[in-house]
Design a protein around this ligand. Structure first.
Ligand SMILES: [Zn+2]
Length: 399
């Protein structure tokens, strides 16, 4: 079997590659395919939180799925996985799907300042583990994912100093080279793709330096990850578009057009659209997962149009549910008292298993009683809604 391949399928106007434009793409490996723009399903300890594989197949019935396995949530079963020998996908019962290993769990806080020299601190339940590139590649050889992000220093946020940013780029570049050398020597990883993590925080020059260095190895990589923008799982929702989009647009000019572009984190739906307009191909499902964790459901109405080589989104839901004080513009909180006797689905137009069968009132009662089924029903809705959002984005690009 060969490595996964990514290809851009959008026509190039006049045959010239256009950066900073939305595009359709396709990620293929063996018999599996994921059409982009898309998102990876966030997992914890090898599974989507609250969802069994059987239930997942009902929410996403078309077999098109890529799972992200954050290392901090998977290290606990490294030893049994070594004995098992058949890799992470098979161990967690998701063998027919594509997989990607990342170093960071983007849904929770990342510890800052624990990295030492060329060792990266991985936050696990039993404390921080320092991992060098040799140990990291040993782990990746045991996991055998479809693709993986090379080891890097990404504990950078808006407040990081220039010297911390420079250090993270220097070390990450070194680690990338070391991981890549080991990758080429590895028989086990012949089928795994390499994702190069672009660091540089909010400093455009450092982003360009990182991107330029990594792009020299473009023949060796499947895609590029825009990393190191935040260190807190939820703060990402507050990062304004005009802070991040210009940096990404500029950096895109320095990496090959044909490679997959990835960003992780709970970005808001309107920022997701902005990033797709910048040429981003792949996201993750941190947003629906974090939404479920705060007992909320995604309900934003959107109208997508394609105009002047950009997707335009009108979000028409703006705090229409007046009794809900905690409402942001994308979600409703189901533990709010106003749902006590609301005998309507989370969202009238939604076709998910939860909305077809259950009322806001029942879900409210499950959540306030701390019944696990409440979070399960919310996850079904939130993943379905987020998945439909991406299907609609791809559809508007196909027209
Ligand atoms: Zn629903």
């Amino acid at each position: 079997m060969e490595q996964a391949r990514f290809s851009v399928v959008t026509d190039r106007p006049n045959g010239i590659p256009h950066t900073n434009r939305p595009r359709l793409g396709s990620l293929k490996h063996s018999n599996s395919q994921v059409d982009t723009p898309a998102f990876m399903f966030y997992t914890k300890c090898g599974s989507v939180p609250y969802i069994s594989r059987e239930l997942f197949e009902k929410i996403v019935p078309d077999d098109q799925a890529l799972f992200n396995f954050p290392l901090p949530t998977c290290l606990s079963f490294l030893q049994p996985l070594k004995e098992f020998k058949r890799g992470l996908n098979s161990f967690v019962g998701l063998e027919k799907y594509l997989s990607c290993c990342s170093i960071t769990d983007y849904a929770v806080d990342t510890p800052q300042g624990y990295n030492k020299k060329d060792c990266v601190a991985i936050k696990t339940k039993s404390g921080n583990q320092l991992i060098n590139h040799e140990k990291y590649m040993d782990i990746i050889e045991v996991f055998k994912p479809t693709m993986y992000v090379t080891l890097s220093i990404s504990d950078i946020n808006l407040n990081s100093s220039l010297s911390s940013i420079e250090k993270s780029v220097n070390i990450s570049n070194r680690l990338f080279k070391s991981c890549l050398e080991r990758h080429h020597q590895s028989e086990v990883l012949k089928q795994s793709g390499v994702i190069a993590p672009i660091q540089g925080g909010y400093n455009v020059q450092e982003r360009i330096r990182s991107a330029t260095f990594l792009s020299e190895y473009h023949d060796d990589v499947l895609g590029f990850l825009f990393d190191g923008f935040f260190t807190d799982g939820t703060i990402v929702e507050e990062i304004p578009s005009d802070l991040i989009v210009p940096i990404i647009n500029k950096t895109m000019e320095f990496i090959p057009y044909d490679k997959m572009k990835i960003i992780f984190g709970a970005w808001t739906p309107s920022l997701i659209i902005d990033l797709i307009n910048s040429g981003m191909d792949m996201f993750d499902s941190c947003l629906p997962c974090i939404t479920t964790e705060r007992n909320s459901a995604l309900i934003f109405d959107y109208n997508l149009k394609y105009k002047n080589e950009s997707i335009i989104m009108d979000v028409s839901h703006r705090k229409t549910d007046k009794m809900n004080d905690n409402l942001n513009e994308y979600e409703i909180c189901l533990t709010d008292k106003c749902h006590f006797e609301k005998f309507v689905p989370i969202k009238d137009s939604c076709t998910c298993l939860t909305c077809k069968k259950h009322t806001r009132s029942y879900i409210h009662h499950l959540l306030v009683s701390n019944e696990l089924l409440g979070s399960i029903l919310l996850t079904i809705h939130n993943l379905h809604y987020f998945n439909q959002f991406f299907k609609d984005i791809r559809e508007v690009l196909m027209k």
